[in-house]
Design a protein around this ligand. Structure first.
Ligand code: SF4
Length: 301
């Protein structure tokens, strides 16, 4: 048996702890586009081996956290399942910490590039988990998202979330809509986002309906443009990681040789203008100097 098929067979196994994902609405469902959530249950996407390996990074992050908690004798419950008392809504919490003053939830994530802020889908997922937990346990719930950038080892904890009844109500409504569409076979609403580029259900998605649009003879150019933009994004991410690593290496010396290259950690200053503060302090003057200009912007999706 070839190694690729051994890997593929292993990585394609369903996660048993999640059960039959078509029989309930989970926290990851409410964090994404409802149409995609429904279709992924009705016609599950088949992933190639590279995608399956990428997905596995999430499990590795969980394993790292789990081993660290066990090593430090910190009490926690892994993969705690929490259900809505009446509806088919279920969440599986990566790490749950039960304490006298409440419960804390920690969601573990892996990323290729560390975001400045947590993605809205992660935050929605966490609020759904906290809401279900507060409903079933009836004690204060707080939560955080721990994220590791697997290439660089960079990590970040987005912390301080507490159960928010208004947000939770909105998520319950969304979960209800997804469930109804799933049961009745009706169309679920779409939620367009940058993640649409990776969506397997995009071909017939009404958001990308191309009927009636002029066909231009520059299809190859558009494809090259998208590929180049993608490379640009990856290059920027790689440069940023290498910059951080080089900075860390030269920091103790200020200036050093790296092969044929001289590496130096310099200091630059920049004068900035605090536009927001100026607007607050001098609103009338800011209005007087405000200028609106129109320019073309290219969208290729
Ligand atoms: S392409 Fe975007 S809007 Fe359409 S189903 Fe996929 S995620 Fe939703």
């Amino acid at each position: 048996m070839e190694l690729s098929s051994i890997l593929s067979t292993y990585l394609s196994q369903p996660k048993l702890e999640l059960g039959d994902r078509s029989s309930y609405i989970g926290a990851s469902d409410v964090g994404q586009c409802p149409r995609k959530a429904v279709l992924s249950k009705v016609v599950p996407e088949r992933h190639d081996i590279n995608t399956l390996i990428r997905f596995e990074r999430g499990n590795l992050v969980e394993k790292i956290v789990e081993k660290a908690l066990i090593h430090s004798d910190i009490e926690f419950i892994p993969q705690f399942e929490v259900k809505h008392p009446e509806k088919p809504f279920t969440a599986h919490l990566d790490f749950t910490f039960v304490r006298d003053d409440g419960i804390a939830v920690l969601e573990a994530k892996s990323v290729s590039r560390m975001p400045e802020d947590p993605y809205p889908s992660w935050v929605a997922q966490l609020h759904f988990q906290m809401g279900l937990l507060e409903m079933s346990e009836n004690i204060p719930v707080r939560g955080g998202i721990f994220c590791i950038e697997m290439n660089s080892g960079n990590f970040k904890l987005f912390n301080g979330y507490t159960h928010n009844p208004i947000l939770f109500d909105g998520l319950l409504e969304k979960a209800g809509h997804i469930w109804t569409a799933l049961q009745q076979g009706t169309a679920a609403i779409t939620e367009k986002s940058p993640l649409c580029s990776y969506c397997a259900y995009r071909d017939d998605c009404p958001e990308y309906d191309t009927e009636g649009l002029q066909e231009l003879p520059v299809g190859d150019m558009a494809m090259d443009f998208q590929a180049a933009k993608q490379q640009e994004k990856q290059l920027k991410a790689e440069i940023s990681i290498m910059r951080k690593d080089l900075e860390a290496a030269v920091k103790p010396y200020g200036e050093a040789m790296a092969g044929d290259y001289k590496v130096k950690l310099g200091t630059s200053t920049r004068n900035g203008f605090d536009t927001n503060r100026f607007k607050e302090d001098h609103p009338e003057l800011a209005k007087e100097y405000q200028k609106t200009s129109t320019f073309n912007r290219l969208y290729v999706s």
